[in-house]
Ligand binder design. Structure first.
Ligand SMILES: NC(=O)c1ccc[n+]([C@@H]2O[C@H](COP(=O)([O-])OP(=O)(O)OC[C@H]3O[C@@H](n4cnc5c(N)ncnc54)[C@H](OP(=O)(O)O)[C@@H]3O)[C@@H](O)[C@H]2O)c1
Length: 283
């Protein structure tokens, strides 16, 4: 059984095991699920995942599609990878489409949400995942490396969250990717860590602004996860991490997708305005 199959099995078992709690929560979607405990959590709903051509975003798009969401797979340049994620989702019986958009461009983000809404009739889950990591000592960080990271991680996240605030349907979920690096604060990561700390602030403030609409807004803070974001910095970036981690391995994209999916599930409904650290204990 694949990781995704396994996650779906756990997800459905949790949903089916908690009908009484769901009925007490009083929301229309929760009541529907309580009446039909076998209902797939994302059935009839749609999710938009930025930066989902690879890494954590791709694992999240696949998992949300697997539990029933129609998914928009956003990418910046890697159209082939995004198309592959969509093809895999469709081959497994899900619904998905790929859309290019640079999150740093507000007009492109608006067009991305427009395309999603046109295809699926609205958005229930927004995963604000697209991000880049440029590292180096303060003394040597170039303007270009700094400004590109601010444009993608800070401005880009703001652009995505602004559209999410305007468009997410009542009962929806918004999740942003922060990082456990904001706890560890290692040398050479100052600018990157600052952009990731912003995700925690964005999320807790937006959670308050959306009060009364039954929309949860959270951040997830992975530790080191085995993706291109880290591997682009060479094996050095990964050295010693499994040994230093209490769970004794490197994080995988599926580990983080599972946490995001939990926040999007009925079981995650009471978690709001939080930053969930998912790092195998390497805090
Ligand atoms: N990996 C880790 O250890 C780790 C730890 C903590 C937090 N995070 C956070 O988790 C998120 C995902 O990281 P990852 O490791 O999965 O990264 P990744 O493998 O490098 O993937 C990054 C994704 O973001 C997309 N992207 C980059 N710039 C974009 C832009 N301007 N507009 C739209 N899409 C853009 C890329 O699209 P293309 O493929 O088209 O370039 C790709 O789909 C990031 O926010 C990162 O900061 C990662």
């Amino acid at each position: 059984m694949s990781d995704t199959d396994n996650s779906r099995r756990i997800f459905l078992a949790l949903a089916a095991a908690a009908p009484a709690a769901l009925a007490l929560s009083g929301t229309a979607s929760a009541q529907t699920s309580a009446a039909n405990p076998g209902t797939v959590p994302g059935a009839g709903r749609a999710a938009l995942v930025t930066g989902s051509s690879r890494g954590i975003g791709a694992a999240t798009a696949r998992l949300l599609a697997h539990v029933g969401y129609a998914v928009t797979v956003n990418y910046l340049t890697n159209r082939g990878l995004a198309d592959q994620v969509v093809a895999d989702i469709k081959a497994a019986g899900g619904r998905a489409m790929a859309r290019q958009a640079d999150v740093a461009d507000p007009a492109a983000v608006k067009a991305l949400f427009d395309a999603h809404d046109e295809a699926y009739g609205g958005v229930d889950v927004v995963v604000n995942n697209a991000g880049i990591m440029n590292v180096g000592p303060f003394a040597q960080m170039t303007d270009d490396a700094f400004n590109r990271m601010i444009a993608t991680n800070m401005t880009g996240s703001f652009n995505v969250l602004r559209e999410a605030a305007r468009r997410t349907r009542d009962g929806g979920r918004i999740v942003s990717l922060s990082s456990s690096i904001i706890l560890q604060k290692p040398a050479y990561t100052g600018a990157y860590a600052a952009t990731k700390a912003a995700q925690e602030i964005y999320s807790s403030v937006l959670a308050k602004e959306l009060a009364g609409r039954n929309i949860s807004v959270n951040a997830v803070s992975p530790g080191a996860v085995d993706t291109q974001l880290l591997r682009q910095h060479g094996e050095e970036a990964l050295r010693g991490i499994p040994e230093a981690t209490p769970l004794q391995r490197l994080g995988q994209p599926q580990d983080i997708a599972n946490v995001i999916a939990l926040l999007c599930s009925h079981d995650g409904a009471w978690i709001n305005g939080q930053n969930i650290f998912a790092n195998g204990g390497l805090g």
